[in-house]
Every structure is written in structure tokens, then in C-alpha cells.
Design a protein around this ligand. Structure first.
Ligand code: ARG
Length: 279
């Protein structure tokens, strides 16, 4: 028996109506390979329905034609305490998404901050208890780590990614416990080899009880998952991670986003947490 409890979540998603792979900004994207937009939408619907069935709230932002990556809403900002820090995308192909996300936050009552530094939102920023884990190396810059720390008034732990397949923090590290008692160690899972040595040592020191996943599970984007503290939505291909989660009393829920993996994204990439003033 597990004493884990599911915490109500509020998410922002974007239906992949314009999904395709027409450019390449990460090693997973191969424009020569065919994509199936209807299949992407159907798989995405499954994820959307899964969240609703678990009792979560899901807000939707309208997809913009010409922005096939907008489905990856995790990159659209970072939201804590009702404050939304907007994105500033690294590559020109996605830069037109920023105003759409910023307008959405404003229209929906968030205290919206326009960024000065290059950052890709929750792709590279994850809230672990009180601290912000911040990735760099491929997308978000070190200066954005300082900016995010100023905006939220929280400690920021910079982590350097070194493997181009794991170019965003949320491809190499998952937060399993979105809500924890002050001072308690939040459950996380990560792929050690995706990080440089100093970052691995820092993770080891701060999260001695973390799940370390195999390269095999990392390579199928097993860590690109969303958790409410009990239910962890993961890829059905991450077999070892699924077993590790069960051993720890989590409830893995399998959702296949194989079509969206063609763009280099998975479950977490399609999910932005909207943390209100209440938590
Ligand atoms: N094609 C997108 C990009 O390279 C995928 C983004 C994945 N998002 C994420 N949160 N890891 O920008």
C-alpha cells in the first residue's frame, strides 16, 4: 500500500492541429521523415482525456498556423504563485510563439513578466520543493537562471546538460512530487549521464533518494513525464522506469505520444503547469 496522494493540477495544453516537422532544431527532428498530423492529434487527445479523467483542469491555447512546435506548451513559460515568466525562444523558428503565450497569460489573469533573457520555460525550469532546478547547455542561458531567480525570489540550482538528445531539462529529469512539506526532499527521477559531472554531484547531494533511470529509458523520453504525486503519466516504452515507479508506490499511467516524439517532445513537453497563488 502506498500513502502517496494525488494533488489537483492545472495545466495548459495546445492541440497539435498544425503539427509537422518542417525544420530541425534538435537531433530528433528529421524533416525528410513523414509525419501524421491526425495521429498526433489523436495521441494528444488521449493525454488530454487522461488528465481530465484524473480530475485535473486543462486550459487550452489556440494553435497558430506556421508554428508546428506550439504543441510543446512546456516551453511557453514558467508559472509559480500566479506569476507567469514568459519565454524567449533560442531559435527563430519558434520565436513567434512567445507573444501568443504572453497574451494568453495576461488574458487569463496571471501576473505576466516579459523576459529579457533566452529561456524556454518549463522545458528548462522545474520546481522541486522550494527550489528551481534550471537547465542550460542547449537552450536556456545562464543569464535566464539569474532572471528566473529574481522574478520568483527563489533559490536556483543551475544544471548543465551535455547530451544533445537531452537538450531540455525536462527530457533528463522529472519531478515526481509536485507538492512537498517545507524542507522535505521531493521525489525526482533523472538520467545521470545527461548532465556534466558537477551537476551530477549536485543532484546526488540534494536528492540522495532520487530514482536514477537507465540510458534505455532515458532514450525513449521516459523522463518526459507529468506527475500529480501519485499518478505519473509516462511513455509505455519506459519499462524499467515504470517498474521503478511502482516500487516507490507511484501509479504509472501509460500514454503513447510516438508521433510527437518525431518533433523531439513527449508528455511533459505538451504540458505546462499553471501554479496559482494558492499553492
Ligand atoms: N521541437 C521542439 C523544440 O525543439 C520540441 C520541444 C520539446 N519541449 C520540451 N519541453 N522538452 O523546441
Amino acid at each position: 500500500m502506498s500513502d502517496r496522494i494525488a494533488h489537483h493540477r492545472r495545466y495548459l495544453m495546445c492541440r497539435p492541429e498544425h503539427f509537422t516537422v518542417s525544420y530541425s532544431i534538435n537531433p530528433w527532428m528529421e524533416p525528410a521523415n513523414p509525419t501524421d498530423t491526425a495521429k498526433a492529434v489523436a495521441q494528444w487527445e488521449k493525454l488530454y482525456e487522461t488528465y481530465l479523467a484524473l480530475g485535473h483542469e486543462v486550459e487550452l491555447i489556440d494553435p497558430l498556423p506556421g508554428f508546428p512546435d506550439m504543441v510543446y506548451t512546456a516551453n511557453g513559460g514558467f508559472v509559480i504563485d500566479g506569476i507567469a515568466y514568459g519565454p524567449e525562444f533560442r531559435y527563430v523558428e519558434r520565436q513567434g510563439e512567445s507573444p501568443a503565450f504572453i497574451d494568453w497569460f495576461r488574458a487569463n489573469g496571471f501576473d505576466t513578466r516579459v523576459p529579457e533573457e533566452v529561456n524556454e520555460g518549463e522545458g528548462d525550469f522545474l520546481l522541486a520543493g522550494d527550489v528551481i532546478l534550471a537547465g542550460t547547455g542547449f537552450r536556456s542561458t545562464g543569464d535566464s537562471h539569474a532572471e528566473v531567480g529574481r522574478i520568483f525570489g527563489r533559490e536556483v540550482v543551475s544544471l548543465t546538460l551535455i547530451d544533445p538528445r537531452f537538450y531540455h531539462l525536462d527530457t533528463a529529469l522529472a519531478i515526481l512530487d509536485p507538492v512537498v512539506e517545507p524542507g522535505a526532499e521531493p521525489g525526482i527521477a533523472y538520467l545521470p549521464h545527461a548532465f556534466d559531472e558537477a551537476s551530477q554531484a549536485e543532484l546526488q547531494r540534494r536528492f540522495p533518494n532520487a530514482i536514477q533511470v537507465s540510458d534505455e529509458d532515458g532514450a525513449v523520453f521516459g523522463l518526459n513525464s507529468a506527475s500529480d504525486g501519485l499518478n505519473v503519466i509516462i511513455s509505455p516504452r519506459a519499462k524499467g522506469f515504470e517498474a521503478q515507479l511502482r516500487e516507490r508506490g507511484y501509479n504509472p499511467v501509460l500514454v503513447d505520444l510516438s508521433e510527437l516524439l518525431l518533433g523531439g517532445g513527449g508528455i511533459k513537453c505538451c504540458t505546462l503547469e499553471l501554479r496559482g497563488a494558492r499553492e
